[in-house]
Design a protein around this ligand. Structure first.
Ligand code: CDP
Ligand code: MG
Length: 135
């Protein structure tokens, strides 16, 4: 069993419970267990740390602005091979390139506003779960 970090981004939370519920249902149907769940407004310092690998890139400032623009849904998920399985379920970073039926294909609007986050690898999952939940 492996843990990973999943996050529903602000534009989806702002759109209301229907989209949050639909996305969590997709996750559940893919065999994940939700072991932590919280709606939170993340502060700038935390988000700068969370996305530290992207500091200095052209999209970094807008990314931090966007993720701090409203509440997000923070989720710890467990499944066999959770990290890779969740990345497959969410699809490519750019919704225009995301495989049909993935979360970003269905709910993303642009490469910036791409609906959800999922940890890229096991080390990132541990780091992100630590930052968000203190696990
Ligand atoms: O989220 P993911 O791991 O798929 O992509 P990333 O390369 O780690 O980028 C993190 C986040 O930055 C993305 O999910 C987008 O929200 C944002 N981003 C962006 O706005 N413009 C880009 N060219 C690349 C990423
Ligand atoms: Mg990433």
């Amino acid at each position: 069993m492996q843990s990973t970090y999943f996050m529903i981004k602000p534009e989806i939370v702002a759109a209301g419970e229907q989209q949050i519920g639909a996305i969590l249902a997709m996750v559940n149907r893919s065999g994940f267990r939700i072991t932590r769940l919280a709606m939170r407004q993340l502060d700038r310092a935390l988000v700068e740390d969370f996305y530290g690998e992207h500091r200095g890139k052209p999209f970094y400032d807008s990314l931090v602005e966007y993720i701090t623009s409203g509440p997000v849904v923070c989720v710890r998920l467990e499944r066999e091979d959770a990290v890779a399985a969740l990345r497959e379920l969410i699809g490519a970073t750019n919704p225009a390139e995301a495989a049909t039926g993935t979360v970003r294909d269905l709910y993303g609007t642009s490469i910036g506003e791409n609906a959800v986050h999922a940890s890229a690898n096991a080390d990132d999952a541990a780091r992100e779960l630590g930052l968000i939940f203190g696990d």
